[in-house]
Design a binder for this molecule. Sequence first.
Ligand code: E4P
Length: 222
Amino acid sequence: MKFFIDTANLDEILAARELGLLDGVTTNPSLIAKIVGDSSNFTYRDFKDHIARICDIVDGPVSAEVTCLNAEEMIVEGEELAAIHENVVIKCPLTINGLKAIRHFSEQGIPTNATLVFSPNQALLAAKAGASYVSPFVGRLDDISTEGMALVEQIVRIYDNYGFLTQVIVASVRHPQHVVDSAMVGADIATIPFSVIRQLANHPLTDLGLKKFMEDASVMKK
Ligand code: E4P
């Protein structure tokens, strides 16, 4: 299973790369807004420059999301984003207009990520439109008392049944168990916040065992 990092923060992307755990990056307008903070001078040009900086760091797919609702505008914006770097993947919402844009990009050989996916039928449509990736949002489903990971399982099964090449990115990952479950159900990718990537390495018994080993190692004279 590939690890993408779900952030627009360059320091976090560099840190994930340093750990050897960086297969790709996903961003969305909310993650961009986090890095902009209170700056009122951030322009669309700055957004595109930021995506270019991310592409310089990661040797893998970088999802950049369109910021409009209408198919024609998504196509214009997506083509501009795709021109930034060959690794840019155009993230389109799973709406009727988003599907039209995905179909267009797929015909042009431009990779796409169908986002805001909450049902197996939406995932089926994404695959039929030729999306390169589909992003079911598990955390947001869990938030409304619906088993997010059950959706991922359904999508993996449906794609396997018909040999769809669309890769499943588990998105809206909130904790380490989401990562375990993603791997157990055979998702292609999990896109993970940096805080969760760090948590994956933690175990209290590791800490306890290490403390004892360090104490015992101190009996050896150097
Ligand atoms: C990634 O593609 C999604 O945009 C992201 O994982 C959404 O996560 P959230 O539900 O924590 O905002």
